[in-house]
Design a protein around this ligand. Structure first.
Ligand SMILES: Nc1ncnc2c1ncn2[C@@H]1O[C@H](COP(=O)(O)OP(=O)(O)OP(=O)(O)O)[C@@H](O)[C@H]1O
Ligand SMILES: [Mg+2]
Length: 251
């Protein structure tokens, strides 16, 4: 199963991705987390260091090719795939691959375009792949997430967050990308405004997978720079994301 987490910048994609991985880690499944955000922060949320990103691998290969360091007769794609496999960080509970970005002024799209190939190559090695996507709609327009099974769109209460969510639903439709499941997750809700925000969320036309409340403990973790996966199991936010996962799996 391939699950992607999308939405406007800063709405909680990385929080949801990392807590989905936490919830899945308690199972015996083989999990791959992919940080597809060029401004990568999933490793921090998971408490894992990444030495080499796919962007770095690509830069190195370009340099090796330019300097004639690739033996003739060797397929460049095979070398690329091999080096990408090597850059996967393995932990006891999950593996992690960060897409990163090319150095300097290089276009990020080249790395982004590699994501679809990576997903295709790796999907048979894992039970679940969780992708923390870059903010916005480009993962759809570039079709990097077209083979995803479950698309989770995160929004906060902001009008712009809701609009991005709505656009993701509409663009997937327009591009005839048919996710098996497509859900909205409403994040940073307060009890005082819950009703009103739920009303606004309905207007996106997306089915709701769950609501996550504003959480002071998450803020505390942010201030201290602690990995979100270390949130206790009793945390309401952890429970909310586990609930979202059960909802996905029961369908
Ligand atoms: N329910 C919540 N309660 C309190 N803080 C939250 C909550 N959800 C997210 N945050 C905080 O808001 C900030 C943005 O969240 P997060 O990094 O998950 O968003 P994002 O969509 O991944 O952002 P970006 O687009 O920059 O990658 C983080 O500091 C995060 O810890
Ligand atoms: Mg993020």
């Amino acid at each position: 199963m391939i699950i992607a987490v999308s939405g406007k910048g800063g709405t909680g994609k990385t929080l949801v991705s990392s807590l989905l991985i936490k919830a899945l880690s308690d199972t015996e499944q083989d999990i791959l987390a992919i940080d597809a955000d060029p401004d990568s922060n999933l490793p921090e949320a998971l408490g894992v260091d990444v030495n080499k990103t796919v962007g770095d691998v690509r830069e190195e290969l370009k340099e090796d090719t330019a300097k004639g360091r690739i033996p003739t007769g060797m397929n460049k794609w095979d070398i690329l795939d091999y080096r990408i496999m090597e850059s996967i960080v393995e932990t006891p509970k999950f593996d992690l691959l960060a897409m990163g970005r090319p150095e300097g002024s290089g276009c990020y799209c080249a790395v982004n375009n590699m994501l679809r190939r990576i997903i295709e190559n790796l999907s048979s090695n894992y039970d679940v792949i969780i992708i923390d996507t870059e903010a916005g709609l480009e993962h759809l327009s570039r079709r990097t997430t077209q083979n995803v099974d479950v698309m989770l769109v995160v929004t906060d209460k902001s009008k712009r967050g809701m609009l991005t969510a709505q656009r993701i639903g509409k663009l997937a439709d327009d591009l005839e990308i048919k996710f098996k499941e497509l859900y909205l997750i409403l994040n940073r809700v307060n009890t005082e405004n819950e009703e009103e925000i739920l009303g606004k969320a309905k207007e996106t036309g997306l089915e709701m997978a769950g609501v996550i409340f504003e959480d002071d403990e998450v803020t505390k973790f942010d201030i201290e720079g602690r990995p979100l996966v270390e949130l206790p199991n009793e945390s309401n936010t952890v429970k909310a994301v586990s609930g979202i996962l059960s909802r996905i799996r029961s369908n």
